[in-house]
Ligand binder design. Structure first.
Ligand code: IPE
Ligand code: IPE
Ligand code: MG
Length: 254
C-alpha cells in the first residue's frame, strides 16, 4: 500500500501539546519590546487551534505560563497576566461557537480573583462542547502536577477511601491533569531549545518529541503539519509529507 492509501485521520495524534517558546526573541529581532512577541503569539495560538480542529485532533495543550515564569521582570509578568485575561474574554465566544471546550490546567490559586472568575466563566460556558478540548497550561509545572496528584491520593487514604496498597500507576495517573483526555501523543517545542522546562513530565512518558527552531509567532500550518507528519512517520513508518497532512485538513473542512 502507498502512503496515500494508508494515511487516515486515525493515524494522526489525538493529543498534541506545545511549548510555545521564542516570543521574546522574535520581538527583539525586530527591535521591539519582548511583550510585542507575546501579543503576536496569540495569532499563532488561533492558527494552531483551528488547524487541530480541522484535522480532528481531540486535545491540544498549550504551555502559556510556567510555574517558573514568575521569576521574569514584574512588568513582563503583569503584561502576560493582562494579555491572558484579555484573550480569555475576547476568544471564548469564538471557541464556543466552534464547539471547543476550554480548560485551564495549573495551579490557579496564584491568580487574581478577577482572572479566576473569568477562567471559571469560560470553562463553564464551554464545558459541554465536544469537537475538541483546548487546554491552556497556566502557572503549570510538571512537578507541581505530580505533587498535587500525590496529595489527592494521600487525602483519599486519610479519608479511608483508598489504602496505600491501592496506589499504583493507574490510580496515580487518574489524579494528574487531563487524565480524562486521550494520552499525550506528540509534544512540540518551538524556539530552538531542546528541553521540557518542567512541562508535562508524567504525561510525556511515551509522547513523541519534536523540536523546531521556528519562533512561536512564526508557527503556522506549514510547520505544524511537518510536526504531525513526523509523528505519523515515526509511529507508523508511512513516509508521509507535511503536504499530505495539510490536504487532510482541507478534506476535513469539506
Ligand atoms: C515563550 O516565549 C512565552 C512565555 C514563556 C510566556 P519567551 O518569552 O520565553 O521567549 P524567548 O524564549 O525569551 O524568546
Ligand atoms: C517554557 O518557556 C514555558 C512556556 C513556554 C510557557 P521558557 O522560555 O520559560 O523556558 P526556559 O526558561 O527557557 O526553560
Ligand atoms: Mg523562552
Amino acid at each position: 500500500m502507498t502512503a496515500d492509501s494508508q494515511l487516515k485521520p486515525q493515524s494522526l495524534p489525538q493529543h498534541v501539546a506545545i511549548i510555545m517558546d521564542g516570543n521574546g526573541r522574535w520581538a527583539q529581532r525586530q527591535g521591539k519590546p519582548r511583550v510585542w512577541g507575546h501579543k503576536k503569539g496569540v495569532e499563532a495560538v488561533r492558527r494552531s487551534v483551528s488547524f487541530c480542529r480541522e484535522l480532528g485532533i481531540s486535545s491540544l495543550t498549550l504551555f502559556a505560563f510556567s510555574s517558573e515564569n514568575w521569576r521574569r521582570p514584574e512588568e513582563e509578568v503583569s503584561t502576560l497576566m493582562q494579555l491572558f485575561l484579555m484573550v480569555l474574554q475576547s476568544e471564548v465566544k469564538t471557541l464556543h461557537k466552534h464547539n471547543v471546550r476550554l480548560k485551564i490546567v495549573g495551579d490557579l490559586s496564584a491568580f487574581s480573583d478577577k482572572l479566576k472568575a473569568n477562567i471559571a466563566k469560560a470553562e463553564q460556558l464551554t464545558a459541554a462542547n465536544t469537537a475538541m478540548t483546548l487546554n491552556i497550561a497556566a502557572n503549570y509545572g510538571g512537578r507541581w502536577d505530580m505533587v498535587n496528584a500525590a496529595r489527592c491520593l494521600a487525602t483519599q487514604v486519610q479519608n479511608g477511601e483508598l489504602t496505600v496498597a491501592d496506589i499504583n500507576e493507574h490510580t496515580f495517573a487518574a489524579q494528574v491533569q487531563m487524565s480524562e483526555q486521550p494520552e499525550l501523543d506528540l509534544l512540540i517545542r518551538t524556539g530552538g531549545d531542546v528541553r521540557i522546562s518542567n512541562f508535562l513530565l508524567w504525561q510525556a512518558a511515551y509522547a513523541e518529541l519534536w523540536f523546531t527552531d521556528t519562533l512561536w509567532p512564526d508557527f503556522d500550518q506549514q510547520v505544524f503539519s511537518e510536526a504531525i507528519a513526523a509523528f505519523v512517520n515515526r509511529e507508523r513508518r508511512f513516509g508521509c509529507t507535511g503536504e499530505q497532512i495539510r490536504q487532510l485538513a482541507t478534506l476535513g473542512k469539506g
